[in-house]
Design a protein around this ligand. Structure first.
Ligand code: CO8
Length: 170
């Protein structure tokens, strides 16, 4: 895969929170109406990310017909949303909330409607409030070369302050 996203080579190590979701359990949605993970988002992706060892998580997105962009293949924005959510949920294993500042997607191959898309995400490391994460996606039925990959730069925020200010804008 190819990417222009630059991951600093001197990242600080990130640590799993003591009370993080147990390995093998679903990371709870951060908002029930979230387009990516919320059970109450009627048109959403309904991602269920299973916490892995350390700061990793895995989920499967069933690429439904409603997610199409070009004929028979996933819409690029849907894939970007899924990647954003996967990394955002995985970041939560640190016990912090981090919002996306930069999202980079490598669309390595077309992904057909009907694919069970396995996404493996992990936190790469920190630089102050900045969190660097990555995600790689495969066809769950026939694992081989990745179909797509993503990187994100997230910034840790105080969620009450962040969302209060965001919602107060005129
Ligand atoms: C609820 C969480 C669940 C996750 C679900 C999935 C994630 C999402 O989709 S979140 C929604 C989409 N994202 C957003 O709405 C975020 C909107 N942006 C913002 O609120 C702000 O720009 C925010 C919080 C990212 C940064 O603002 P602020 O807190 O003032 O931090 P700021 O001081 O500007 O930047 C902090 C660091 O990040 C860097 N940074 C910030 N934005 C960028 C950027 N676009 N590119 C590169 N670096 C950046 C800064 O340079 C700075 O670096 P350093 O510490 O080395 O100086």
């Amino acid at each position: 895969m190819k990417t222009t996203f630059v991951v600093p080579d001197d990242l600080e190590p990130a640590r799993r929170a003591d009370d993080a979701t147990a390995v093998g359990d679903v990371i709870p949605p951060h908002n029930k109406r979230c387009f990516g993970c919320g059970p109450d988002a009627m048109q959403g992706l309904h991602l269920q990310a299973i916490a892995g060892e350390g700061l990793t998580a895995t989920a499967v997105l069933e690429v439904e017909r409603r997610f199409a962009g070009g004929p028979g293949v996933i819409h690029g924005g849907i894939l970007a949303s899924a990647f954003d959510e996967m990394m955002g949920l995985t970041n939560m294993l640190m016990g912090t909330i981090a919002v996306t500042a930069v999202l980079d997607v490598d669309y390595a191959a077309p992904i057909q409607v009907g694919t069970s898309l396995r996404m493996d995400a992990r936190v790469l490391g920190l630089r102050g409030r900045k969190v660097y994460s990555e995600v790689v996606a495969y066809d769950a039925a026939t694992p081989g070369d990745p179909l797509a990959g993503g990187h994100g730069l997230f910034v840790v925020v105080d969620p009450v302050d962040h969302f209060t200010r965001a919602n107060a804008r005129p």
